[in-house]
Design a protein around this ligand. Structure first.
Ligand SMILES: [Zn+2]
Ligand SMILES: [Zn+2]
Length: 305
């Protein structure tokens, strides 16, 4: 494995390269869309544009979300990432709807598509550039194992498919003069964009509404705590993800005869163990003498089922 500083630099270089190439493609596609009048080329331009906006928004969101807690925001700024995802999602959804309505309108009054050769050349350049980004990101991922790069790369694999479908469309239009085929492909691509916007928004809303972490993480937390010899049990475990920082809150059952000093030392050991498991996590522990009856969240949830 390479060290963290080198990995960060490689990841940063890969993201910057992707932004630069997307920007270049976006400008080319604006010209291609204007000259050809093709809606499917326009939808591909919107896709490139949302890639750039997405990368820029994510860049600033990560900067803000990693700011330390302040006087008025003592939980930090992690949720800004969910807000930025919502913003991105709104942009993608609005542009996708714009193209879908345009496509439906064109089914009725067919506009001819011109300059298909130029459109084809630009889409070919786009296809090759997209392959190059994927190849470079794969190489960086092999060295850094960055999940963000992997997710970004998965997106460009989809772009390969849209590029190929647009090239096919332009060929169909050029040689068979089937103009409605362009509207059809534009609507299909935009529907896919709409779907990605929905998934982005759903994830963001889940984070804002404090959705629980996966069952695997919950049980990993539970076993790492209960395996300690001085821990009776835990209950009312609540977990959430605030911008990549896992938060764990729970009631820790200890021997009621312990001194406060000893109980505090034990609670700290539990916290340290969890932080070894999840280095960037926040842990809030409510210490409790084992065996008392309290009003438990676990019970309330169980009784609902
Ligand atoms: Zn309790
Ligand atoms: Zn303490």
């Amino acid at each position: 494995m390479i060290d963290k500083a080198t990995a960060d630099q490689l990841n940063k270089r890969a993201s910057l390269l992707a932004i630069a190439v997307s920007g270049f493609l976006c400008i080319l596609k604006i010209f291609a869309a204007l000259y050809t009048g093709s809606l499917s080329v326009l939808s591909s331009m919107v896709d490139s544009l949302s890639d750039i906006i997405g990368s820029i928004v994510t860049f600033f969101a990560i900067k803000i979300s990693s700011l330390p807690a302040s006087e008025n925001h003592r939980y930090g700024y992690g949720k800004i990432e969910a807000l930025s995802a919502l913003f991105q999602s709104a942009f993608i959804a609005a542009s996708a709807c714009f193209i879908i309505f345009g496509g439906i309108k064109r089914f009725k009054d067919t506009t001819s598509i011109e300059q298909t050769s130029m459109g084809l050349v630009i889409m070919m350049i786009s296809l090759i550039a997209t392959f190059a980004i994927i190849y470079y990101q794969k190489r960086v991922y092999r060295k850094t194992q960055s999940q963000a790069i992997l997710a970004d790369s998965a997106h460009y694999v989809v772009d390969i498919a849209t590029n190929i479908s647009i090239i096919t469309t332009l060929l169909v239009v050029k040689y068979f003069k089937i103009f409605w085929f362009d509207s059809l492909v534009a609507i299909l691509i935009s529907s896919y964009l709409l779907y990605t916007a929905y998934k982005l928004a759903a994830d963001a809303i889940r984070m804002i509404l404090d959705v629980e972490l996966s069952k695997e993480i919950r049980s990993q937390v539970e076993t790492s705590i209960t395996k300690l010899p001085f821990v009776g049990d835990i209950h009312d475990l609540r977990t959430r993800n605030i911008g990549g920082v896992y938060n764990f809150e729970f009631h820790l059952e200890l021997d009621g005869a312990l001194s406060l000093n000893q109980a505090h030392a034990y609670a700290h050991q539990v916290e340290d163990d969890l932080k070894k498991l999840y280095p960037r996590s926040q842990v809030i522990i409510h210490q409790e003498p084992a065996g008392i009856k309290d009003d438990r969240l676990d019970e309330k949830i169980k009784n609902k089922h």
